[in-house]
Ligand binder design. Structure first.
Ligand code: CO
Length: 293
């Protein structure tokens, strides 16, 4: 999908809010704070600025690569040395931005190489974006940047195009070469998100987590479900966003309408760092929508 020029301001606003929320999350990731508090601060920031979270704040830790969001009663505290991925999405009427950064809790330097590899990976990918470019050119650059730090990209997690209300649209942006035969088009919105690891370079499913999503419109039989679908459409959401136990119970009963995401864990139990930006493809380059300057 190509975003019409008159809609671009909305995508830029959503992206700025997501980027600010990401930086807030990074700054709050300190020893002794719970991931639930950090997630609520991130999501609260997005709402206070007039947007909605496009998915629950993902706060995956150490060998967890993605899809961890805290449950409503998760009080486990962050510890110094934890490697925390702060992956944030915001949307304005379906204009979605998706962005991530990795932080070492407590500000030590033991994970510096992993964090740099992810950042250099995303920058290497961004440097190749322009209309008509082969996706594989980005993948090659990402893989090489991570490889230069003696680390591996995670092959089975990819960047993705974004469309209105659709977080993962048609095209994937692999973090390793030889996996895509597609090209990028002018006006496309693309999330580029390399994951660097000192493990096996792939993921496996861990426990089922706290992120769910409607598979499709649940129909009009159940008014509560219909109102939940009107609010979230097919974007991911979580029990923390529901009021009270009655709604949480309704959500449990609606399981057949929902997809539940497992937490992705690095297959070799390596540590994982991630960096992500949402970009707009231009005829001769790129606009990085989630970069704050
Ligand atoms: Co993404």
């Amino acid at each position: 999908m190509t975003v019409p020029a008159n809609e671009l301001p909305r995508w830029r606003r959503a992206a700025r809010i997501a980027a600010e929320a990401r930086e807030l999350g990074v700054s709050l990731a300190t020893p002794g704070r719970s991931r639930r508090e950090v997630a609520e601060e991130i999501e609260g920031y997005i709402r206070r600025h007039g947007a909605e979270p496009a998915f629950p704040a993902n706060l995956s830790r150490n060998e967890e690569a993605a899809h961890y969001t805290p449950s409503p009663d998760d009080e486990a505290k962050l510890e110094a040395g934890d490697l925390l991925k702060v992956d944030v999405g915001a949307h304005l009427d379906g204009a979605v931005a998706d962005t991530a950064a990795t932080v070492e809790v407590g500000g030590g330097r033991r994970h510096e190489n992993l964090m740099r590899a992810a950042r250099e990976g995303v920058e290497a990918g961004i440097a190749h974006v322009r209309a008509g470019v082969a996706v594989n050119e980005l993948s090659l650059a990402i893989e090489a940047a991570i490889g230069r730090r003696g680390l591996k990209p995670i092959r089975d997690l990819t960047g993705h195009t974004i469309e209105t209300y659709v977080l993962h649209a048609g095209k994937s942006i692999p973090n390793a070469s030889g996996l895509s035969g597609e090209r990028l088009d002018d006006g496309e919105i693309v999330a580029i998100e390399p994951f660097a690891t000192n493990g096996a370079g792939s993921i496996e499913n861990g426990v089922f987590g706290n992120i769910v999503r409607f598979r499709a419109d649940p129909g009009t039989e159940d008014p509560w479900l219909q109102s939940a679908f009107a609010r979230f459409r097919t974007l991911p959401f979580t029990a923390r966003w529901l009021d009270g136990d009655a709604d949480k119970e309704r959500l449990r009963r609606a399981r057949r309408h929902l997809q539940t995401y497992p937490v992705f864990v690095e297959r070799g139990r390596g540590l994982v760092a991630q960096a992500e930006h949402t970009v707009l493809v231009r005829p001769n380059g790129v606009e990085v929508l989630t970069r704050l300057d």
